[in-house]
Design a protein around this ligand. Structure first.
Ligand code: 6PG
Length: 240
């Protein structure tokens, strides 16, 4: 099994169909709980909607799936910017996942206290305060990538990218709304990280990230397990 693999598709429709098939098979092959970290932004929305399609949803044992987020905007859950709201409307409200299996990032109180509570929630699920090699927190961690090479809410040139101890971080002053993000140690604690990117605007960032350019946070992601790139032709450019 190759550590890093790239899958390139003609368009986003075929990309999300293949990724939904892959994820469904991955969940079926796993015994017990399946921790899936969702990405925010717009790119994954069609994937989430496809997973909620009745013909597909019935092939997933949702009672074993636990949902987390790689990052969240510090806004109420009913705010159109909320990553949780997007996933709820596209998928969660349409599948038989037990509510106790859905673990949204807290977005009340202060960003710092919300980040701390999210870390507590993750440690509670994981069962230890220390991330262990060979025992990843996430079975699959779905990530997006920004045009600038950010991933989750780890933005280029910010100190949050350098965090090596905490699992979460509050990110303020970069986007209009504060963010709560997993740090690289938590993002890396995954059996598989899947980067999902589409469109030619992402081409440069994808190319730099695949080259592991340390100046782009997405290039710094080094999962315990596999690193997969699910790209459309536009995002992949000539780097097939
Ligand atoms: C967020 C995401 C962020 C996103 C990228 C790509 O909260 O916005 O987690 O990291 O994945 O910005 O966003 P698009 O898919 O909208 O291009």
């Amino acid at each position: 099994m190759k550590k890093e693999q790239v899958c390139i598709f003609e368009n986003t429709d075929s990309l999300v169909v293949h990724l939904a098939d892959w994820l469904t098979a991955r969940i079926a092959a796993c015994e017990g709980r399946f921790a899936l970290a969702l990405s925010g932004g717009s790119t994954p929305q069609p994937l989430y909607a496809l997973l909620a399609d009745p013909e597909r949803a019935r092939r997933i044992d949702w009672s074993r799936v636990h949902l987390f987020w790689g990052d969240e905007r510090f806004v109420p859950y009913d705010d159109p910017r909320s990553n949780y709201l997007m996933a709820r409307q596209a998928m969660i409200d349409h599948v038989p996942i037990p509510p106790a299996n859905v673990h949204p990032v807290p977005t009340d109180g202060t960003p710092e206290s919300a980040a701390a509570r999210y870390a507590d929630l993750l440690r509670e699920y994981y069962g230890s305060a220390r991330l262990e090699e060979g025992r990843p927190l996430f079975d699959v961690n779905l990530l997006g990538i920004g045009d600038d090479g950010h991933t989750a809410s780890l933005f280029p040139g910010t100190p949050h990218v350098e965090e090596t101890r905490d699992w979460t971080v509050a990110v303020a002053g970069i986007k209009p709304e504060a963010r709560i993000s997993l740090t690289l140690p938590a993002l890396d604690s995954a059996a598989v990280v899947v980067f999902l990117a589409a469109g030619d605007k992402k081409r440069s960032a994808v190319s730099r990230a695949r080259a592991h350019d340390p100046d782009v946070p997405s290039g710094r992601v080094r999962p315990q397990g596999q690193l997969l790139w699910y790209l459309d032709r536009d995002a992949a450019g000539g780097d097939a």
